[in-house]
Design a protein around this ligand. Structure first.
Ligand SMILES: Cc1ncc(COP(=O)(O)O)c(C=O)c1O
Length: 317
């Protein structure tokens, strides 16, 4: 195993792990070697981005915050009328079966994907997906790169916004990530690692792949939540602040306040809390990487994950 980062710098940088070349992947009820794991070119996910996914992490044999992820997934599936003949327990079973087939109990990350399934004809109408949903679970050995904590992510604000809920609601964790990908490309073209996206009113909103927080004068701020992914990690950070008497606000704020923040960090299942080093070329705070509030919230989050894992173990004992 070599410990180099796979990419130069992004929120999903993981330590390289050769074992991922030989993983088994769940494809519609079968466990197949990565090289053999395939879906049809008629699949609605491939053809149209018509599917939903969840990213979850395995800690000590348990999928952290499993119920919260299932709540979001099944809400999304219902909202777009993908009729999955499975419930959360079936998902839990298939994830555990896949993890076991790969000898994984910790430091593993799943991308669980559910699409409307194979289509009878290569056209858009959802009714053409006549063969039932496609279910795929890719679980990789995954340890976030240590360099992220020391260096932080460089963000650039971009023209691409996450739009109003009546267009494509940002709460859908859909296969179609083109909106976010365009934002990421724009940020890269501006020389940054990732994109800071505004909302339709020009307030600071979210990044292309994570939720975004700033720390100002002892307070933790994030967007109202109206135009961003309802991140599980975002909600956990807000709950942790409330439980630990850390002032936290979900509010509109502008780049003026973001540039002048003492700290900024991203949240997501993969990286937990990832420090932001600069926005639009302006250094954030006086820390090279994570500042004291980010570190404190990271420690609290780690404890919360451990509590959730213990709770899940106890419930199954
Ligand atoms: C656009 C976007 N924002 C934020 C997140 C983080 O969400 P979570 O904390 O549930 O992983 C994700 C992850 O799916 C995402 O795709």
């Amino acid at each position: 195993m070599n410990a180099e980062a796979v990419h130069s710098h992004s929120t999903h940088d993981a330590q390289a792990d050769d074992r991922n070349e030989n993983i088994k992947i769940w494809v519609n009820g079968e466990l197949v070697h990565k090289d053999e794991a395939k879906v049809s070119v008629y699949d609605s996910g491939f053809m149209l981005g018509d599917g939903m996914w969840e990213g979850m992490r395995l800690y000590d044999g348990e999928w952290a915050f499993f119920d919260e992820h299932m709540d979001r997934l099944f809400n999304s599936l219902k909202s777009v009328s993908i009729d999955l003949d499975m419930g959360p327990q079936d998902i839990h079973n298939l994830l555990n079966e896949t993890a076991a087939a790969n000898g994984m109990t910790d430091n593993a990350h799943v991308r669980l994907m559910i699409t409307r399934g194979r289509k009878a004809k290569p056209f858009q109408h959802p009714g053409l997906s006549r063969f039932g949903p496609t279910v795929v679970a890719i679980i990789e050995h995954s340890k976030p790169a240590e360099s992220l904590m020391g260096q932080g992510i460089r963000l650039a604000t971009v023209p691409q916004v996450r739009g109003l809920p009546m267009s494509q609601d940002a709460k859908y964790n859909s296969h179609s990530k083109l909106n976010c990908i365009i934002a990421c490309l724009q940020a890269e073209q501006a020389g940054a690692d990732e994109a800071l996206m505004l909302d339709p009113n020009g307030f600071v909103n979210t990044t292309n792949a994570c939720n975004f927080f700033i720390v100002r004068r002892g307070e933790v701020w994030t967007s109202t939540g109206d135009y961003c992914m309802n991140g599980v990690t975002r909600q956990k950070v807000i709950d942790l602040c409330r439980a630990n008497d850390i002032p936290v606000k979900e509010k509109n704020y502008s780049l003026y306040e973001a540039y002048g923040a003492d700290e900024a960090f991203l949240t997501g299942t993969f990286g937990a809390q990832t420090p932001v080093a600069e926005i639009d070329g302006k250094r954030i705070g006086t820390h090279d990487g994570a500042g004291p509030m980010t570190l404190k919230l990271r420690a609290l989050y780690k404890e919360l994950v451990a509590q959730d894992v213990a709770k899940q173990k106890a419930a199954r004992a």
